[in-house]
Ligand binder design. Structure first.
Ligand code: FNR
Length: 442
């Protein structure tokens, strides 16, 4: 299906395409680039939550020829010219102001933007994002309309099904009316798991009801090779096919020429992970999925690896790694992993963003802190060291709050939405305590 260069150079189109689905942790630059090499037409990034993106800093990484969005010690999004006309950034949002800001920020670095309206995870739904948007169509519509009014590149959304087919169709039609270019439909409801059968008939009904391309998703259980992509598309009566789980373990499904060996795919992926200098944990996660059965002695040796040199040795990439690593200047290397070097960096940065959910840890925390709360500990610390009291602020994501605290000239943020401002404050304070008072292993 790949129209190759012609369509890749032009504006993104969503008909007749084989698409890498958004996948947290997997959908980073090396894997996206690998899928493009193997024949994917469009590659979606992993979902990135709007507030995290808004806290990030954009830099041009001249050594890697990439554009990087980073927050201290974390790479949020890295993109390279090889995917410039094929990469779709997926964001998680429930707030049109924030979504528009992200769209503005990133417009020149991506080929398209997607809004996640299907994620069933509690973390997303509690913040009014992902599948929660299926229940708040006014909010979903507002997000798409507001972005559409400003954003010049193609815009899509990815949804799950409602229990009633007509509700799915109605929702898709409402989203279509906002002016989006295409809609990706995962043929399961929010409650259904991958073991449930994908509902191709519902995808077909949506495809028949709207005029924009429908991207069929959810068919991984039956997609084992290139020809299965087309079978699934036809079964759903859709314009394009989007695949997640089956290409996570075998991206060569995108190859018209046929499947590749695991060894080949691991080599290709590892080389790209080193080239694009992604965090070791992402590289290992990717290799692990490509590896398959890790119960063998070789698999166990791989699982025991703790850093790039270790892992590269296992796969015979030590020379390649050494050569690449040395040729990348320190300042352009990853902001993660180099924990021993991070102290200096920490002092230079003024924002620390982490995902801290105060609720599940609060009991343990309270016990450990002997009835003190993170806020009261920070207050005491400030008094004791004559530091100006902390200042708290919030970002609202629908009916929830993300907290941030400014103390000692640094802002500490927790990106996890909380139902109350009080909990959001405590979550942000936990982030601050971790950095200011390292004795707290919270
Ligand atoms: C996902 N999925 C997903 N969906 C999404 O919209 N944003 C995301 O960030 C993620 N992350 C993610 C990670 C991993 C590891 C998996 C397996 C899945 C859901 C995915 O895009 C897709 O909708 C489903 O997996 C169904 O498609 P397949 O797997 O049947 O092709």
């Amino acid at each position: 299906m790949a129209d190759t260069d012609a369509s890749r150079r032009g504006r993104l189109e969503y008909s007749g395409k084989h698409i890498l689905a958004p996948m947290v942790r997997m959908g980073t630059l090396p894997f996206r680039s690998l899928c493009l090499d193997y024949g994917a037409d469009i590659v979606y990034s992993e979902e990135i939550v709007d507030i995290k993106f808004l806290q990030s800093k954009r830099t041009v990484n001249t050594a890697l020829n990439t554009v990087d969005y980073t927050i201290p010690k974390e790479l949020i999004f890295r993109t390279h010219p090889c995917e410039h006309s094929s990469v779709v950034l997926q964001i998680g949002t429930s707030n049109s102001d924030q979504a528009v800001q992200v769209a503005r920020m990133v417009e020149n670095d991506i080929a398209g933007l997607d809004i996640n309206m299907g994620c069933p995870k509690d973390y997303s739904v509690r913040g009014g994002m992902g599948a929660a948007l299926l229940k708040t169509p006014d909010v979903a519509e507002d997000i798409l309309r507001r972005i559409r009014a400003e954003f010049k590149k193609p815009l899509t959304c990815k949804i799950r099904l409602f229990h009633n087919m007509q509700d799915s169709v109605n929702f898709a039609k409402r989203m279509e009316a906002t002016g989006i270019e295409a809609i990706a439909v995962h043929g399961r409801t929010k409650e259904e798991r991958p073991s449930h059968k994908n509902n191709s008939a519902a995808i077909r009904a949506i495809a028949q009801a709207v005029s924009i391309p429908v991207i069929a998703n959810g068919g991984s259980s039956d997609i084992r090779c290139y020809n299965d992509l087309e079978k699934f598309r036809l079964e759903c009566g859709a314009s394009s096919v989007m695949v997640a789980r089956s290409v996570q373990t075998n991206p060569s499904i995108f190859r018209r020429e046929g499947l590749l060996s695991r060894e080949q795919m691991i080599s290709d992926f590892l080389r790209k992970s080193i080239d694009f200098d992604i965090p070791f944990r992402n590289a290992k996660y990717g290799v692990q999925h490509l590896f398959g059965d890790t119960s063998t002695e070789f698999g166990q040796t791989f699982l025991a690896t703790r850093d790039y040199p270790d892992m590269c040795e296992v796969f015979g990439f030590e020379d390649y790694y050494a050569q690449k690593h040395v040729s990348t200047p320190e300042k352009d290397r990853l902001v993660v992993e180099k924990k021993s070097c991070s102290l200096k960096r920490d002092r230079e940065e003024d924002i620390v963003v982490e995902e801290v959910d105060y609720n599940p840890i609060s009991k343990k925390l309270k016990k450990a802190l002997n009835t003190f709360t993170p806020k009261s500990i920070l207050l005491e610390h400030c008094k004791k060291h004559s530091i100006a009291p902390a200042q708290y602020s919030f970002t609202s994501t629908g009916k929830t709050f993300c907290g941030s605290v400014l103390v000692m000239g640094k802002t500490f943020i927790s990106t996890v939405p909380h139902r109350t401002k009080k909990d959001a404050e405590q979550a942000a304070t936990v982030v601050a305590l971790r950095h200011i008072m390292p004795e707290f292993s919270l």
